[in-house]
Design a binder for this molecule. Structure first.
Ligand code: ADP
Ligand code: MG
Length: 721
């Protein structure tokens, strides 16, 4: 009998080759295997008549089908092409008969005896009137006494491991769940009405029905939230660093900076700056986040803080998540700093080795007259060569894009420096409390004067030709256009599966899944751009997507920024703060696939200049629910209100794991939490975590729990432990 720590090779059927394959997926023990959750389920309980293979629903994507057939002829084996064998028999239901074929599985002859009933699952081809064929279908013997489970797990696989194989190895491993020690304190489990861990692990792999699967997912999602909060709580809230450089300047010196700006600060910016100056003037290191909607003018506040640090005799760094953003900041800020007598440089992946060397030396120089005061850059700032002679302030832009670990590396590099992060993603309060609980917050809740509202429309396919005309009109007037498509590519097979992320709790599940096939196919960026170019031959259309190399991406983005490209088709990679003031139209395809907060971010890409700007959300499917959800965008322009609505409707996934997803999603730390649509569960998990940590800040009394927390953070590449 396997235990959790039993090595994978102890399972029957796992030899050296499969062990290697499993290890490649990060699976070493029975426990790892049990936490290797299915990515989807085949809905084998949805048994159909053969004749339904003729129907439209089946033809449009739902390629696989479950049937219940009685074997009517003795299986015949024939030999084809050398050693290949063919086993063939006929089976029927009330609507027709089906020729079923298996290759190289002679031994099945004794399985399919005449009169026996099987549930077959696979592709059904129509071959004549009342005649069908299936080749190599999945099969399970059917008896009336024991109903077959409706859901069959489909796993993420790697070469050398088939789904059948992994299912068998998991079946063996499930025996260990009887011995699982549940790390979740019993009182919390009971208070939240959660099932035991053993039950949850059994049901997630071999669900009895939708409801049990829902129960299992709820428990496992709770665990993820709970561990997440505990991890940030035990390690994230470090004591404030003392001995930070006191950076204080007079109002007169500050005035010089403000006079160098082509505008005056808004009230909200001025308030943020006062808070920054107060923090910087203290020897307790600042740990502050500026949050505010796109375009509210966070950058100038950060620049003012950098100025304060430098004028107080220290250095300041600004780190952005992409090369193009760093370059944009440099282009805006370095001339301003220069006018004020500050020496600055840009450091990115593109910087040549010779330039890098010079910058490294100037940053580390002990002589204030040769020293670089300011550096703006990308992750390149984290490279080993970078040392600051007199670190004062470190600013990161769009900080949630960086892992917690990168934030920590940067501050590690600059011991005692003041830290400032800028975020344009309004994060719901409950989530912010856990994720950034250790940060003070300056909120900029006011837009610079003269900003116009981006008029927003929700339309469907029937507007297609009018949309093309609208693109043309905006470009003719000298503007530029973004078109955003969802990044997902669906395969035919996938459309027949129910993803793990589906909501199994409601009665709607089956209906929602059946409706899925009727969606208009999603537009993939590359193909979409080609089609659009064909329809609008006189415009310059180009595309960027997440799988392009950073250099290629930067090139296209620069061409768009300079106006060479008029229409840019992209996946959500442009979501991050690129500033093209000339862009005045944002089209979002399959808008129903996006979270409201994501849409709000996208909308913020236009309306940044003088041009009247528009955002058009094109609905590709999703029915009335999607329509109602998108309506919020038409009536609400407050990022926080939208974020709270989003959390309530879609759950926390979009906030925990940003679209182009470095961070916890990628590493698999969140597998159920990210698609969990009930924010209550998260709030409860967070509040239990808070209470527990209040009683026992290091979890000394909960060694098992502590281990699982450490494990989650180790997997997500975090330095927390
Ligand atoms: P974000 O907060 O999204 O980073 P930015 O800092 O990029 O926004 O500011 C957006 C634009 O608004 C910039 O072009 C900036 O020069 C301008 N801006 C910032 N503050 C003001 C202000 N007080 N008055 C007028 N324009 C401003
Ligand atoms: Mg910005």
């Amino acid at each position: 009998m396997p235990y959790l720590h039993t090595p994978i090779e102890a399972l029957s059927g796992v030899g050296a080759a499969r062990k290697t394959a499993y290890n490649k997926m990060g699976i070493y023990t029975v426990e790892d295997l049990l936490y290797h959750f299915p990515r989807a389920y085949e809905h084998r309980g949805d048994v159909r008549l053969l004749s339904e293979a003729r129907g439209e629903a089946y033809q449009s994507g739902k390629a696989r089908m479950a049937t219940l057939l009685t074997v009517s002829t003795e299986p015949k084996v024939s030999r084809i092409k050398g050693r290949m064998t063919l086993l063939k028999f006929r089976a029927f239901d009330d609507s027709g008969s089906c020729d079923i074929t298996f290759f190289n599985q002679e031994f099945l002859r004794s399985t399919f005896t005449v009169g026996s009933v099987f549930r077959f699952y696979g592709r059904v081809e129509v071959s004549g009137k009342d005649r069908y064929t299936m080749t190599g279908p999945a099969y399970e013997p059917y008896t009336e006494r024991r109903p077959l489970p409706p859901l069959y797990a489909v796993y993420p696989l790697t070469e050398g491991i088939s789904n059948k194989m992994i299912s068998e190895h998991i079946r063996q491993s499930l025996a260990a769940t009887g011995l699982v020690e549940d790390p979740l304190p019993e009182d919390i489990r009971v208070a939240e009405g959660l099932c035991t861990l053993g039950y949850a692990l059994r049901q997630i792999h071999t669900p009895e029905d939708f409801q049990s699967l829902h129960t299992a997912k709820r428990r496992l999602a709770f665990d993820e939230f709970f561990r997440f909060a505990l991890g940030l709580g035990t390690a994230g809230r470090t004591a404030r660093v003392q001995g930070a450089p006191i950076c204080r300047i007079t109002d007169t010196v500050m005035e010089d900076f403000l006079r160098a700006l082509p505008y005056s600060l808004t009230g909200a910016q001025a308030r943020a700056l006062r808070e920054l100056r107060r923090d910087l003037a203290s020897d307790t290191a600042m740990n502050r986040m500026i949050v505010g909607d796109v375009g509210c003018g966070k950058t100038v506040c950060a620049a003012a803080a950098m100025y304060v640090a430098v004028k107080a005799g220290r250095q300041a760094a600004l780190m952005a998540p992409t090369g193009i953003l760093a370059s944009q900041h440099a282009a805006d800020l370095l001339p301003l700093f220069e006018r004020l007598g500050l020496r600055g440089a840009l450091l990115t992946g593109h910087t040549t080795a010779a330039q890098k060397k010079k910058i490294y030396a100037a940053l580390a120089s002990e002589s204030p007259s040769e020293r670089l005061d300011v550096v703006i850059g990308t992750q390149a700032l984290l490279s080993e060569g970078v040392t600051f002679a007199a670190p004062g302030l470190v600013v990161t832009d769009e900080q949630h894009r960086f892992g917690v670990n990168q934030r920590a590396t940067l501050s590690e590099k600059n011991k005692n420096a003041h830290l400032l992060v800028m975020s344009a993603t309004p994060i719901p309060r409950t989530l912010a409390l856990v994720m950034y609980g250790d940060l003070d917050v300056s909120r900029i809740d006011e837009m610079p004067p003269g900003r116009q509202r981006v008029d927003t429309f929700v339309v469907d396919e029937s507007y297609r030709s009018r949309l093309d005309a609208f693109i043309r009109k905006n470009v003719a007037e000298g503007g530029q256009v973004y078109v955003v498509c969802p990044a997902v590519e669906e395969t035919e097979e996938d459309t027949a599966l129910i993803p793990l992320s589906a909501d199994f709790g409601g009665e709607q599940t089956a209906v929602a899944i059946a409706e899925k096939g009727s969606d208009i196919p999603m537009k993939a960026a590359v193909q979409y751009a080609a089609e659009l170019q064909k329809r609008l031959p006189d415009l310059t259309v180009s595309f960027v997507h997440g799988r392009m190399k950073p250099a290629e991406k930067d090139k296209v983005m620069s061409a768009f920024a300079s106006g060479e490209i008029q229409v840019l088709v992209s996946t959500t990679v442009i979501e991050v703060g690129v500033n093209v003031p000339n862009a005045c139209l944002m089209l979002v395809e399959n808008a129903e696939r996006f979270g409201l907060s994501q849409l709000h971010q996208l909308r913020g890409r236009v309306g940044r200049g003088m041009r009247k700007s528009y955002c058009v959300l094109i609905r590709g499917g999703g029915g009335d629910t999607a329509k109602a959800r998108l309506e919020v965008m038409r009536t609400t322009y407050d990022g926080y209100a939208i974020a709270e609505k989003d959390l309530a409707q879609r759950g926390p996934g979009d906030f925990l794991a940003p679209a182009d997803g470095a961070g916890i999603r990628q590493s698999g730390g969140f597998r159920l939490a990210e698609s969990w649509s009930d924010a209550e569960l998260m709030n409860h998990a967070f509040s239990h975590a808070r209470d527990l940590l209040t009683d026992d800040p290091t979890l000394a009394g909960y060694p098992e729990l502590k281990k699982t927390v450490a494990r989650m953070y180790a997997q997500s590449g975090n330095i927390l432990n």
